[in-house]
Design a protein around this ligand. Structure first.
Ligand code: CA
Length: 381
């Protein structure tokens, strides 16, 4: 992966602020200081812009990708149960594009790392001499232990807890990364065909560039997730379990105490474990969230709707989350194995969430898109 000096500097700033934020979060659970740092990070990054990696119109079907024909659709939802950030629904058009039929797997990510020696955000050590240049003068150096790399790991609670505090079931785990998603002692052995997790947005972008691809926009992702259906609650229709059949890997049981695995899996599932949608895409609902290229704004649809039908929207120019206004976030879509109707029904195509781009976790992965055209229209279907 080649990176220019400016991008290298920006990436370094993001990395160091990421780790410092995690450190301060440990020292100050209120997260107040972390939000100050997040605000600084926001000032150092530019407005969202689509990476328009493209292919010639005559290029053969990329392996493992599906041609999404494009068209006009209703993005978002105000149906019962939809979150406020999904409204109002509004018309959007997207051009045809290629999309990975599955999330990027551990095996695929391992090939990328082997070829490039890439080190993910969660694996990088913190260089205090560099970091302190980006924080307020006089900021004391955290202890070496606090500066250790790590990531967020889902941890079941011993008993039911109020569902309004996600820190009840997420913990910062030193040593957690894509190779050992639950921290030291865990591994991806036997999970080669599972989606890679513990990847930050920056890691996903790096993989995509290496693969000659890009992340999908939120509009592309939602269009693709709908599988050619219009206005349906789920990627396959309006009934969650048609004929009693599990269609997605979600959380079954009492969240976040016990995942019963009633749908066949507690935790991530191998890709292609559930039926594909109308475009031949797997796991566009559940299993792992997918990073998108857009900045996240909780009012993005409110801002977009009055503009009329938008062609290939790339999302807002900046990030804003009404519930966490100082932390910049990127869009994630699709929900995960941790979603359930009692907590968040985010395996609906319109569901959306923002996540800090420097933050990986054990239920967020990604898949890649590619602009262009099929070799023969319809041949990839
Ligand atoms: Ca499950």
């Amino acid at each position: 992966m080649r990176r220019g000096s400016w991008k290298r500097s920006r990436g370094w700033i993001r990395d160091t602020l990421t780790d410092l934020r995690a450190t301060i979060r440990r020292m100050n659970p209120t997260l107040a200081s972390a939000r100050v740092l997040a605000s600084a990070l926001f000032a150092l990054t530019c407005a969202a812009c689509a990476d328009t990696t493209s292919v010639a119109a005559t290029e053969a079907a990329p392996p493992g990708m599906r041609w999404i024909p494009g068209g006009e659709f209703t993005m978002g939802s105000d149906a019962p149960g939809a979150n406020p950030n999904e409204a109002p629904p509004h018309r959007v058009r997207v051009d045809g594009f290629w999309l990975d039929e599955t999330a990027v797997t551990n095996a695929e990510f391992a090939r990328f790392v082997e070829a490039t020696k890439y080190v993910t955000v969660a694996e990088r050590p913190v260089d205090w001499e560099e970091m302190k240049k980006t924080v307020a003068p006089g900021t004391p150096k955290p202890s070496e232990d606090m500066l250790a790399p790590g990531s967020l790991v889902f941890t079941p609670t011993k008993e039911p807890v109020p569902l309004d505090n996600l820190y009840g079931w997420w913990r910062w785990q030193h040593g957690a990364n894509w190779r050992q998603p639950e921290g030291p002692g865990s591994s991806i052995a036997g999970r080669e065909s599972h989606p890679v997790v513990q990847v930050a947005w920056e890691d996903a972008v790096a993989y995509a560039k290496w693969a000659g691809k890009r992340l999908p926009t939120e509009a592309e992702w939602e269009f693709a997730a709908r599988g050619g259906l219009e206005g349906k609650r789920f990627a396959w229709g309006d009934e969650f379990r048609p004929d009693g059949k599990a269609m997605a890997n979600i959380y079954t049981g009492t969240f976040p105490v016990k995942d019963t695995g009633e749908d066949g899996f507690a935790g991530t599932a191998p890709v292609k474990s559930f039926p594909p949608n109308g475009y031949g895409l797997y796991d566009m609902a559940g299993n792992v969230w997918n990073w998108c290229s857009d900045w996240f704004r909780s009012d993005a649809h409110v801002l977009a709707a009055p503009e009329g039908c938008c062609q290939n929207p790339v999302g807002p120019r900046d990030s804003w989350d009404a519930t966490d206004p100082l932390a910049p976030k990127r869009v994630i879509k699709g929900g995960s194995f941790l979603c359930c109707a009692s907590y968040c029904e985010s395996y609906r195509p319109s569901a959306r969430r923002g996540t800090p781009p420097d933050t990986g976790s054990s239920h967020v992965g990604f898949r890649c898109a590619k602009s262009g055209a099929p070799q023969v229209p319809g041949s990839a279907r």
